[in-house]
Design a protein around this ligand. Structure first.
Ligand SMILES: *Cc1c(COP(=O)(O)O)cnc(C)c1O
Length: 372
C-alpha cells in the first residue's frame, strides 16, 4: 500500500498505484532493441491522443515541460524571421524569456491576463509584422485558469503564413484536442500532467515536414534541438542521449489506462472534479478571479478572503498534513491560490478535501468574507 495524496496543484498530478508500480522493472540498457520498440509505440500513441494523422510525429525529450518551450522556439525559427508571442499569462511570458535568452527576434504581445486572447488583436499584429514566421501561445494558462481560442488563432497564423506552436502542457490528455481541426502545427506536454504519469519525460507532437525543413534553420542549441532529436529517433529508434527509463515505463502504463478510460470519459471525470471544486468553494463563500465562462475547466484561481486571520501558509500546512496539497496563485499581483482538477481523482476525493479544508479554516479561526 502506497499512501494516496490528493494533489490539487497544477501537476505533477495524483497517479494510480499501477502507474507508480510500472516503474519497478528489471534493469535494462535503453540502447537495447526491446527498449527502442517501447519508445516507437509510445511516440505513435502520443500523436493518437490528439488525433494527429500521418503528417504528424512526436519527439521525446528528457526534462520537465519547460524544455519543450525551449526546444520549439530555438529550433523552429528560420533565420531573419520573428516570433510573435500572444502573451496573456505566466507560461507565455516564459516563452518570451526563452526568446530573450536565445536572442531570438520576437514580439511580446502582452494581453490582459484575466481574459482569453482576442484574435483580432493578434491579427492586427500579424498584419503589421510580415517578418513573423511563428505564432506562439498557451492553450490553457495554468497560472490563471484561462482558456485561449487556439482554433481561431491557428487559422490566423496559417492565413499569414506562420507556423502555429501551442503550449498544451495543462490540457493534453484532459481537455480533448484535435491537432488537425485546431489548426496546430506543434503542441507539447509532459508526462506528469494530463497523462497522470511521472516527472522527467516531455514530448512535442508536430508536423514532420516542418521538422525536416528546420534542419536548415540556425542551430541555436545542441542538447535542445528538435531536428537532431527527431533525426536520431528516425535513424536509430533511440533518444540522442539517455532517456528517463523508469518514467517511460510509467507512461506506457498511464497510456494504457488513458485508452481504457477513454477521451470523453476522462474529460467528463475532470469536469466532475472541477464542478465539485467550484461547488465546495461556493458553499464556503470563496470567490473566483476569472469569469467562469473563460476558464478551461481545470484550474480555479481563488481570491484570498479579506479576513485578517487568513493565511495561505496556515491553510496549506493544515491541508498538507491531512494529505491534500493546494497551491499558490500566479496572476500578477492578485492575491489568489489555486485548486486544480488534474490527476487520478474523482468527486469523493474533493468531498474529502472540503471536509479537511472546513476543519483547517475553523482551527485557524478564518472566516471566508470579502469587503466589497
Ligand atoms: C506545467 C506547465 C509547463 C511546464 O512547467 P515545468 O515546471 O517545466 O514542468 C509549461 N506550460 C504550462 C502551460 C504548464 O502548465
Amino acid at each position: 500500500m502506497i499512501k494516496r495524496n490528493i494533489l490539487l496543484n497544477p501537476g505533477p498530478a495524483t497517479t494510480t498505484d499501477s502507474v507508480k508500480m510500472a516503474q519497478v522493472v528489471p534493469d535494462i540498457c535503453p540502447r537495447e532493441q526491446d527498449f527502442a520498440r517501447l519508445m516507437k509505440g509510445l511516440r505513435r500513441d502520443l500523436v493518437r491522443v490528439v488525433h494527429g494523422d500521418e503528417r504528424y510525429t512526436s519527439v521525446l525529450f528528457c526534462g520537465s515541460g519547460t524544455i519543450n518551450i525551449d526546444v520549439c522556439l530555438n529550433s523552429l525559427l528560420p533565420a531573419g524571421k520573428q516570433v510573435l508571442v500572444a502573451d496573456n499569462g505566466a507560461y507565455s511570458s516564459r516563452a518570451v524569456e526563452v526568446c530573450r535568452a536565445y536572442g531570438l527576434p520576437h514580439i511580446d504581445l502582452q494581453l490582459p491576463i484575466e481574459r482569453p486572447i482576442d484574435p483580432r488583436v493578434v491579427e492586427a499584429a500579424l498584419q503589421a509584422n510580415p517578418e513573423v514566421a511563428v505564432l506562439y501561445t498557451t492553450h490553457h494558462e495554468t497560472g490563471s485558469g484561462v482558456l485561449n481560442p487556439i482554433r481561431e488563432l491557428g487559422a490566423l497564423a496559417h492565413r499569414y503564413g506562420a507556423t502555429f506552436i501551442v503550449d498544451t502542457t495543462s490540457t493534453y490528455a484532459m481537455r480533448p484536442i484535435d491537432i488537425v481541426a485546431d489548426n496546430v502545427d506543434f503542441l507539447f506536454a509532459s508526462a506528469q500532467k494530463g497523462l497522470q504519469s511521472m516527472t522527467g519525460l516531455s514530448f512535442i507532437v508536430g508536423r514532420e515536414d516542418l521538422i525536416r525543413a528546420s534542419a536548415d534553420y540556425p542551430m541555436r542549441s545542441y542538447y535542445c534541438n528538435l531536428f537532431l532529436q527527431y533525426d536520431c529517433f528516425e535513424k536509430t529508434g533511440e533518444m540522442h542521449f539517455t532517456p528517463p527509463v523508469q518514467t517511460i515505463y510509467a507512461t506506457l502504463q498511464a497510456l494504457k489506462e488513458y485508452w481504457a478510460e477513454g477521451e470523453a470519459a476522462k474529460w467528463a471525470r475532470h469536469t466532475r472534479v472541477f464542478e465539485a471544486l467550484h461547488a465546495g468553494l461556493e458553499r464556503l463563500g470563496f470567490r473566483n478571479l476569472i469569469r467562469r465562462e473563460d476558464q478551461a475547466g481545470l484550474v480555479i484561481s481563488v481570491l484570498y478572503p479579506d479576513d485578517p486571520s487568513w493565511s495561505f501558509e496556515a491553510v496549506h500546512d493544515g491541508c498538507y498534513a491531512r494529505g491534500f496539497t493546494i497551491y499558490p496563485g500566479k496572476v500578477g499581483s492578485a492575491r489568489t491560490f489555486r485548486l486544480c482538477a488534474l490527476g487520478a481523482l474523482d468527486v469523493p476525493d474533493i468531498d474529502a478535501f472540503f471536509a479537511a479544508l472546513t476543519e483547517v479554516l475553523a482551527e485557524n479561526n478564518i472566516k471566508v468574507l470579502y469587503r466589497d
